[in-house]
Design a protein around this ligand. Sequence first.
Ligand code: FES
Length: 187
Amino acid sequence: MSAIHDATEPTRRDFLYLATGAAAAVGAGFLAWPFIAQMNPDASALALATSEVDVSQIAEGQVVTVRWRGKPVFVWNRTAKQVEEAKAVEIGQLPDPLARNENIEPDAPATDVNRAAKGKENWLVVVGVCTHLGCVPTSQQGEFGGWLCPCHGSHYDTAGRIRKGPAPENLPVPPFAFEGDTKLTIG
Ligand code: FES
């Protein structure tokens, strides 16, 4: 009987120490959390997480710039000729052979089909930030009919792929989805 008593006594004391320590740790956690949490994006930033665009207003051949998470995104309703020009390019001609499209696998090749909207090949949606040092390129300019970056002369083609100049990568394709024929949601 006393053997059992001796064995349980330290356990009960240990438990009290543990319980006290755990309470202190939990208390510190609750105290620290608001200080850390306040650095997370606030409600107004989260509201900008997706952008909706009514694409019925964008004429054939027109590029519209919309704002998504503080960045410009180009939405281009490409003509059949511009799509054909993009399709005619061999992957071997491209400085960056990857699609850089967040909607498909990361190692997908930079074909026009892998860059354009799925099933709506006339639509090209790309983040309008030059992959060199972050300037905003000018639409339908440059030697390849896509974009020309005025900062150091990078040329992008009609699929937003880098073709000439110091920029290392194709303009990234952000996550997006079409709902029907008129509504585009970015993000
Ligand atoms: S930032 Fe575009 S070429 Fe340098």
